[in-house]
Every structure is written in structure tokens, then in C-alpha cells.
Design a protein around this ligand. Structure first.
Ligand code: APR
Ligand code: ZN
Length: 358
């Protein structure tokens, strides 16, 4: 059984042989068939999210159930499933309130897993999953069955970038037709936000990135405008929005500097939705008078403010009936051995999603 393992912050991850435990009574074993490479994996590799090492990477994946524990009744052997990296407990105060994305039992960047490396050293897994691996053993509530006709690569992307991107637009921000939107950072997550904003009727949808190479990807995903993230950004956004700024900005990088950019690009009374996951020492400075006078809302979107058990099957149907197109999000398909190279490309800001096929 091979998996992509990070040994220490900043050390290049390597594909290693690992040993999985047998599934416990409330666990399932899944053969991974497709896994996306997400920036959060890179933030585990470089230490930004401060996980515990050694760590199996990966959290955006889909596959086939190989075995189920004695108490499991939500899936059966052979079912196709998407992995959920924040499975809610359904018992805490947040779950009872209908906000399972804030479940008190979730949120740790890494968890112990019962897996070991070839020498018997215990391994942690990313967000309870460790899905850049041929197989995983995970909690049964961390798998969501999807129709067998859904391609695995699409199913994988639903599990992080797409649920997050669509949820940020529809649920966290509540974008309505005719609103002006800016999206800062155009990786798999940002492009998914662009597509969702356009689908929600936003106009203009202004896509922003450091790299000119993202222009065509953004237009393909549904952006009406593309702007480079430089000193002239704020002026250019205002030129396109009657001098006001956008109604909604979405930060899809995960840095204080881009949260500031999003804040400045937003009109008085508009909303800044932070989708990126940044480091705890990267601090955003906002003026007290600016906060008052601008009347802006600053909100984060955790897992798209979604309930994956409810929302993911609906997204799967939307992919199957053609109302969501994921083609523009995928820039390349590759193998587990090439996953470190895909992470390097992501660190350089190249491409959209790389999908690992097994
Ligand atoms: N201004 C604009 N764009 C920027 C800037 C900047 N200052 N810095 C980086 N970017 C762009 C990169 O060029 C890249 O296109 O942000 C994009 C980030 O894309 P990916 O690395 O592919 O990240 P993605 O997987 O989409 O995740 C984005 O969401 O879930 C979180 O942890 C994740 O914080 C990360 C964010
Ligand atoms: Zn992710």
C-alpha cells in the first residue's frame, strides 16, 4: 500500500509503503481512484497549517468501498464514495444548530490514524483522511455515497474545491443575480468560486491572480474580466464597478495580504468572504475607522458553509445532468509518483487542479 508522506515541515514529501489498520466497527476501507492536489496539502508540506508529522497527505478524493466495520450501515462494499474531510458528529451544539461545518469535533489539520510506516512508526493523516494513498481506513461518517456513473475525478473535486467554492458563493455569501464579484486567487478553489458566481448570475465576475497564465483558465471558468494582482488592482476594480468596488469579494489564497486586497476591492456595505486557509502568524491589519466607515462584512467560509451529507449528493446530480461543468478546473491528470511534482507546480502558482488517478 503506497501513500504520499511528509516527514517534516519543508521536507519534500515522498511516496512510501505504509501499513493500514483493519477497519474498526465504525470505520470503512476505501480504494482511492482519484485524488486532487489542493493548496491545503501544500500548506501541510511547508508547515503553514502546523500538522503533526510524519503525515499522510491528501483530503480531496473519491473511491470504492472495499470493507466496512460491523456497525456500518451507511455504505456497502462496492459503493462509490467521496471523502468528507470534516465529518460532523451530529451531537454538538453547532451540529444541533444546523451548522455542521463548525462541528466541535472537526478542524484539526491532522489526526492519528492507526497507520504506520514500514518501520512501524505511527502516521498522522491529513484532516482525518490521508487520501493521497492507494487505500484509506476512515470513519464511516467521512464517506458519502455517490452514483456509480459519476466519474471519479469529478467526484474527488466535489469533496473539497467544488463544495467549498460553490458553498462560499451560494451559502456563505448568498450572491444574487446582478451583483459584482471579485475572486482573488485562481487555483482549483478560486476557479470553482468564479464558476459558481457566474452561475449565480453575478456580473461582472472579476478574476484576479498574480499570474497572467491564469487568464484563459478564468475566462473558461466563467469570469467576465481578468486582472493582474498589482498596485493598480483597486483602481481597475473601481473602474468596472461605478467607482464603488464589488458587492462581494472572495479571497482564495489564504494570506493576510490578499485578505487586505479583497477588503479594499469591496464596496461600502459589501462582503469579504475568506475561503483561503492561512497561517496563524500571518496577521491582517485593518484601520478602526476604516472598519466603521466601510460598513463591510468580513466572514470566512469553512467548507462552503455546507453540510456535505446533504449538499454533496445534490452537486453530484448537477454534474451528471450537466449543470455544473468541472472540466475547466482540471489542468492535468497524473500518477501518485508524480504528486510531488504537482505540489511543486502548485507552489509556483501554475495550472488549476492536478488530479492523481489510481
Ligand atoms: N494575488 C492574487 N493571486 C495570488 C496571490 C496574490 N497576492 N498569491 C497567490 N495567488 C494565486 C496563485 O497564483 C494561485 O493561482 O492564488 C492561487 C492559489 O491557487 P492554488 O495554490 O491552486 O490553491 P487552491 O488549492 O485553489 O486553494 C486556495 O483555499 O482551501 C484553501 O488552503 C487552501 O488557502 C488555500 C486556498
Ligand atoms: Zn482542500
Amino acid at each position: 500500500m503506497r501513500a504520499l508522506v511528509a516527514r517534516a515541515a519543508g521536507a519534500p514529501p515522498r511516496v512510501e509503503e505504509i501499513v493500514l489498520p483493519a477497519p474498526g466497527p465504525a470505520q470503512v476501507r476505501v480504494a482511492i481512484r482519484a485524488a486532487g492536489v489542493c493548496h491545503s496539502d501544500l500548506s501541510m508540506v511547508n508547515g503553514t497549517l502546523a500538522p503533526t508529522y510524519p503525515l499522510v497527505l491528501g483530503h480531496e478524493a473519491a473511491g470504492v468501498v472495499l470493507a466496512v466495520g460491523a456497525e456500518v450501515d451507511r455504505v456497502r462494499v462496492g459503493d462509490h464514495v467521496v471523502l468528507n474531510w470534516a465529518p460532523p458528529c451530529r451531537q454538538c451544539w453547532f451540529c444541533a444548530r444546523g451548522e455542521p461545518w463548525l462541528c466541535a469535533a472537526t478542524g484539526a489539520p491532522s489526526l492519528p490514524s492507526g497507520s504506520t510506516d514500514a518501520d512501524g512508526t505511527p502516521l498522522h493523516v491529513t484532516l482525518g483522511l490521508g487520501a493521497l494513498a492507494e487505500e484509506v481506513v476512515v470513519a464511516a461518517n467521512a464517506v458519502i455515497p455517490v452514483p456509480a456513473e459519476l466519474p471519479f475525478e469529478a467526484a474527488a473535486l466535489l469533496g473539497c474545491a467544488v463544495l467549498t467554492g460553490i458553498g462560499a458563493v451560494r451559502r456563505t455569501a448568498g450572491v444574487v443575480p446582478g451583483e459584482a464579484v471579485a475572486v482573488i486567487g485562481l487555483g482549483g478553489v478560486g476557479l470553482s468560486v468564479v464558476a459558481a458566481a457566474r452561475a449565480a448570475g453575478a456580473d461582472p465576475v472579476i478574476a484576479v491572480d498574480l499570474s497572467e497564465a491564469k487568464r484563459d483558465l478564468a475566462i473558461a471558468a466563467g469570469a467576465t474580466d481578468f486582472l493582474l494582482s498589482d498596485d493598480t488592482l483597486n483602481r481597475s476594480v473601481r473602474t468596472r464597478t461605478g467607482g464603488r468596488g464589488v458587492d462581494h469579494s472572495f479571497e482564495c489564497v489564504g494570506r493576510a495580504a490578499t485578505i487586505r486586497l479583497a477588503w479594499r476591492a469591496t464596496r461600502r456595505g459589501g462582503q469579504v468572504t475568506v475561503v483561503g486557509m492561512g497561517g496563524k502568524d500571518d496577521v491582517v491589519e485593518l484601520g478602526a475607522l476604516d472598519i466603521f466607515h466601510s460598513a463591510r462584512i468580513l466572514r470566512s467560509s469553512v467548507y462552503g458553509s455546507s453540510d456535505p451529507d446533504r449538499d454533496l449528493p445534490e452537486l453530484a446530480r448537477a454534474v451528471l445532468d450537466g449543470s455544473i461543468a468541472l472540466g475547466p478546473l482540471i489542468s492535468d491528470r497524473t500518477t501518485l509518483d508524480e504528486a510531488p511534482a504537482a505540489l511543486d507546480r502548485m507552489a509556483r502558482g501554475e495550472g488549476a487542479r492536478s488530479v492523481i488517478l489510481f
